[in-house]
Write a protein that binds this ligand. Structure first.
Ligand code: ADP
Length: 623
């Protein structure tokens, strides 16, 4: 016997020993595998006609042996493929396992999501797979009880394809595995989960003839019409959602679907979905962006990346066109004019649909933007902003004044001509909302947009302006010109503070602050936010830091009367306060400076010294 890999064993254990509300999905998983195998053989048969056959999936029930058999005449598996593919949990299943280490959640997730072939062990005491690969003469069997490992042996099978034979577990009180021996139950499940499968799924059913004789009848359980071939009016209420969940292995309903038929230079039907959340691998290199491409109902490519611009990579779905040659190769397909035409059409359609949602179903649009807004922002920035004008009106930012997401259009509506779009950068809405610089903007009644994604400021630079309104970082505009003040010596004070900072920042006065004494800003082209992003990417570009001082603040007003040591400590504390407000780490000397400033007078070294001196003097006098 060969042992299962460790990771698979753990997952199997979970599958077998959890109580499943929806263990019925095992049938869907096995039928999907059969359908995939048929797709592969059908595709091969396009160039090798000897592989053509009457493709189909057959379900057989044997009540006496308590077995359920799912057979297909697809590509089949070699001995090695049986071992490699069925000996380990498929990558997708393992990912689910890795993501959710909590056992209860796992059970839930697997139940809804499925772990492919292994889900058979939710209902099976043992599983035997008999398979013969196309073009081979020898078949093999793979048998396992789903616990430790599996056995592989030579077997016989007519023609290429695969039989998955499930021996059901014994009924155990409430747990009635026998339900899967009832033909009406099976036919209901096929209708529920696999109706759209393009190959006939047949079942032998016992029937009674008119003379009350028992006879077998072969019935086709599924309608076989791909959903996208149906008329919209014929679609069941949740049919599109169900199709999405089954086809794209998601257990959540999509946020939105787009169903479109286009007739023109190129004819095509597209059924597109915006998922509820990005898939777990969306931001990794593993994520395969693209749509499934069909030619008259025959799958040509699983994920055709050329059909979507990169920034819409989160959209899933299918495209079916009669206009491509069935046996077109991937390489030629990539340069196909018709494919480009479809891609352009889809991009326009998706964008116009998003615009429509923004107008008519704000809640839905915001849901989509919250999940995938980052992708759209990258779209506006990438390729030197080639798509920025298409996308700028879909971008949303949290508004300081309205406490909700607004578009640039909404922000600039009612703004004076040429008045800037004010923004502030930070890690979270909460952190930005506490920036000292916001106070004066708020006092003046100016709205400020919150840039929480690192890419936001880059997009603003790319756009340059929105309908004539330039972008203005409220933390960056360090050189605001002269600040009016009654204080005569303020220049000297600023110079003295700058000296104490020892080159860490230059110092200017500002009227942007109210209750805060200082804030940090940047001079020139590189903002603090940009410096941070550059740092994260390996460093290099530095912002020119400016400490902006509120000359009317009591702390600043009181600084002139301080001793040199206390002045230096106050500068350190103020500078670190500005760092904190901007989300930076503090400097090591910060804490010592606070401690010295807060220490009661008699504990201060200077005070101690003079106290000691006095005592000495007294002693001397006494002597
Ligand atoms: P997934 O379908 O997600 O890849 P599975 O665990 O369901 O994961 O299946 C693992 C692999 O086993 C499949 O990718 C496929 O190569 C192979 N396989 C499963 N069932 C069949 C079948 N009926 N015919 C041919 N190959 C199959």
């Amino acid at each position: 016997m060969k042992e299962f890999k460790a990771q698979s064993k753990k997952l199997l254990d979970l599958v077998v020993n959890s109580i499943y509300v929806n263990r019925e999905i095992f049938l869907r998983e096995l039928i999907s595998n059969a359908s995939d195998a048929l797709d592969k053989r059908r595709f091969m048969s396009l160039t090798d006609s000897t592989l053509a056959a009457d493709f189909g999936i057959e379900i057989k029930v044997d009540k006496d042996k308590r077995t359920l058999t799912i057979s297909d005449n697809g590509v089949g598996m070699t001995e090695k493929e049986l071992e490699d593919h069925l000996g380990v949990i498929a990558a997708s299943g393992t990912e689910v396992f890795k993501k959710e280490q909590n056992v209860k959640d796992n059970a839930e997730l697997i139940g809804q999501f499925g772990v492919g072939f292994y889900s058979a062990f939710m209902v099976a005491k043992s599983v035997t797979v008999i398979s013969k690969k196309v073009g081979e003469t020898q078949a093999h069997s793979w048998t396992s009880d789903g616990v430790e490992g599996f056995d592989i042996a030579p077997a016989t099978r007519d023609g290429a394809g695969t039989d998955v034979v499930i021996t059901l577990k014994d009924d155990d009180g409430e747990d009635k595995y026998s339900e899967f021996l009832q033909s009406y139950r099976i036919s209901k499940l096929v209708k529920k989960y696999s109706d759209y499968i393009r190959y006939p799924i047949t079942m032998m059913t016992e029937m009674y003839t008119e003379d009350r004789e028992k006879a077998d009848e072969v019935t086709i359980l599924n309608s076989m019409t791909p959903v996208w071939k149906k008329q919209k009016s014929d679609l069941g209420e949740n049919e599109l959602d169900e199709f999405y969940k089954n086809s794209f292995r998601d257990y959540r309903n999509p946020i939105h679907n787009i169903f479109t038929r286009v007739e023109g230079a190129v004819d095509y039907t597209a059924l597109l979905f915006v998922p509820a959340e990005p898939p777990f691998d969306y931001y990794t290199k593993d994520y395969k962006r693209g749509l499934s491409l069909y030619c008259n109902g025959v799958l040509i490519m699983d994920t055709c990346a050329e059909l979507l611009p990169e920034y819409l990579g989160f959209v899933r779905g299918v495209v079916d066109t009669p206009d491509l040659a069935l046996n077109i190769s991937r390489e030629t397909l990539q340069h196909d004019r018709r494919l480009k035409a479809i891609a352009n059409g889809l991009e326009k359609k998706i964008l116009s649909e998003l615009e429509k949602l923004l107008k008519n179903d704000r809640e839905k649009f915001e849901k989509i933007f919250t999940q995938f807004g980052k992708a759209i922002k990258f779209g506006a920035y990438n390729n030197y902003g080639a798509d920025k004008d298409k996308l700028k009106d879909l971008l949303m930012y949290y508004s300081d004044k309205n406490k909700k997401l607004v578009t640039y259009k909404e922000y600039t509506d009612g703004l004076a001509e040429k008045a800037p779009v004010l923004y502030a950068c930070g890690e979270t809405i909460e952190k930005i909302s506490m920036l000292p610089q916001l106070e004066v903007a708020r006092d003046k009644g100016d709205d400020v947009l919150y840039f929480v994604d690192p890419v936001d400021e880059f997009v603003a630079r790319m756009l340059e302006d929105y309908e004539g309104h330039k972008f203005n970082n409220i933390a960056s505009s360090a050189t605001d010109g002269e600040v009016k003040t009654e204080k005569p010596n303020h220049k000297d004070l600023l110079k003295r503070i700058e000296e104490k900072l020892g080159g860490k920042a230059t110092v200017t006065a500002t009227d942007k602050l109210k209750s805060y004494p200082v804030c940090l800003a940047a001079k020139g082209d590189v903002s603090l936010e940009m410096e941070r992003i550059m740092d994260a990417m390996g460093g290099g570009i530095k912002a020119e830091r400016v400490l902006q001082v509120n000359l009317d603040h009591p702390i600043i007003l009181g600084m002139e009367g301080l001793s040199d040591e206390a002045f230096a400590d106050t500068v350190t504390v103020l500078y670190n306060e500005a760092l904190i407000a901007e989300g930076y780490k503090t400097e090591p000397e910060f804490l010592a400076a606070i401690n010295r400033l807060l220490a009661p007078a008699e504990a201060k070294p200077a005070a101690k010294k003079s106290a000691a001196k006095k005592a000495d003097k007294k002693e001397n006098e006494e002597n």
